[in-house]
Design a protein around this ligand. Structure first.
Ligand code: AMP
Length: 402
């Protein structure tokens, strides 16, 4: 299974006639906010190429997006309204807003759009029907457009009304952001320069076991760090103290290590750890002398010896994919492993290595390390990029391909 096929069958924005039409565009404006203000506009900027093209074609652009996880009903802190000001500034033109994505107000705002004008509709997830992929809700959304453009890479692995349901009513294609993501990841999945190294971290083992299993068919090396590494270590009968453990996943984690061994994939777990007695920012940290963690301690980051080993592996690779932090990097005292991996990735890129970072936390880490611009490709969708690497056909693409 490759990701090439869906791309070939998909129409690109430049293949669709959007001139003067109402274009319903699904975008990813799931941006960080504080006190009703957007604190990082990267995701909004990422959509500008598509929007500027649509506006140059005199389209009437209707934007739909989600923000956060409201529980199927309106919640002020998840309103997309603060995005309007940012988008209007970036596009240098007014952006209309409707306080609901379906219903009479939205219909009126859309009806009032002139060619070359933009409207943003309120958070799709204020309706439970969005995530439920409800047919009537999808039909109500589809009423806003003559054609559909999917440019929310971060959402295309979800089968929701705005990613799958609308495609029953509207034909269309992918926007420039989704195209860029697919082309990059496709090249890496199907024709990676070798050795191909994957670095996987983060907390939830159960979320990532499927990916790890599939990745073992593609990569030459696999580095496992972060909270999930302790479940793997437990599977190797290494004591992990009070560190994060998904006890019901130990058997599966063990199978991954066995598969790696059988496939001759160089799968490395942390060789030492930064540990604390309790997780708090000012906790006294110590470094273990081995893989084992004392019974009263908690692992919060990979240790210095592991950093060295991981950097050596990074130096040997020609293609590197990274998803998930190496420790609780949000806390400065536990961030070193993650930041060092970020810096090593940037250095590898300077030596001609193709580097890809996917996922909010890893992106935040490369930004924090000040090396974001030095990564070959920063994917805007952590889940979507992992599923593409796994070889899955993403629902949002399958629906568009028809
Ligand atoms: P995930 O959503 O599974 O990618 O996990 C990301 C989260 O993993 C981040 O918020 C990290 O703080 C957390 N994390 C990384 N390492 C550890 C660890 N050693 N113990 C607990 N949480 C961790």
């Amino acid at each position: 299974m490759t990701v090439v096929n869906p791309i070939l069958k998909l129409k690109r924005l430049q293949d669709i006639d959007v001139k003067g039409k109402r274009v319903l565009a699904r975008v990813d404006y799931n941006v960080p906010m504080k006190d009703g203000k957007v604190t990082d506009d990267t995701r909004i900027r990422e959509t500008l190429k598509t929007l500027e093209y649509l506006l140059s074609q005199d389209a009437k652009v209707v934007l739909v997006a989600h923000l956060g996880r409201p529980k199927g009903k309106p919640e002020l802190k998840y309103s997309l309204k603060p995005v309007v000001e940012v988008l209007a500034r970036l596009l240098k033109r007014p952006v209309a807003f409707a306080s609901d994505c379906v219903g009479s107000e939205a219909d009126e705002v859309v009806a009032a759009l002139k060619p070359g004008a933009v409207a943003l509709l309120e958070n799709l997830r204020f309706h439970a029907e969005e995530e439920g992929n409800d047919p009537a809700f999808a039909a109500a959304l589809a009423k806003h457009g003559d054609v559909f453009v999917q440019d929310a890479f971060g959402a295309i692995h979800r089968a929701h009304a705005s990613t799958v349901g609308v495609c029953k009513h509207l034909s269309g294609g992918i926007g420039f952001l989704v195209q860029k993501e697919l082309e990059f990841l496709d090249r890496v999945v199907n024709n990676p320069a070798r050795p191909f190294l994957a670095i996987i971290g983060g907390a939830k083992v159960s979320d990532k076991l499927g990916v790890l299993d599939k990745l073992l068919d593609k990569v030459d090396g696999l580095l496992i760090g972060g909270g999930m590494a302790y479940t793997f270590l437990a599977g190797q009968n290494v004591s992990i103290g009070k560190s994060l453990l998904e006890a019901d996943q130990v058997g599966e984690a063990k199978k991954i290590v066995q598969k790696a061994y059988a496939k001759k994939v160089n799968c490395l777990l942390p060789a030492d750890h930064v540990v604390v007695q309790s997780i708090k920012p000012d906790a006294q940290t110590t470094v273990t002398q081995s893989m084992a963690i004392p019974s009263d301690m908690i692992g919060v980051d990979i240790g210095p010896h592991t950093i060295e080993i991981f950097i050596e592996e990074i130096k040997k690779a020609k293609t590197i994919f990274w998803n998930g932090p190496m420790g609780i990097f949000e806390t400065e005292a536990f961030a070193k492993g993650t930041l060092e991996v970020a810096k090593a990735m940037a250095q590898a890129t300077r030596h001609g290595v193709t580097t890809i970072v996917g996922g909010g936390d890893s992106l935040a880490a490369v930004a924090k390390a000040g090396v974001k611009a030095q990564i070959s490709h920063c994917s805007t969708g952590g889940g979507a990029s992992l599923e593409l690497l796994e070889g899955k056909v993403l629902p949002g693409l399958a629906a568009l391909a028809g």
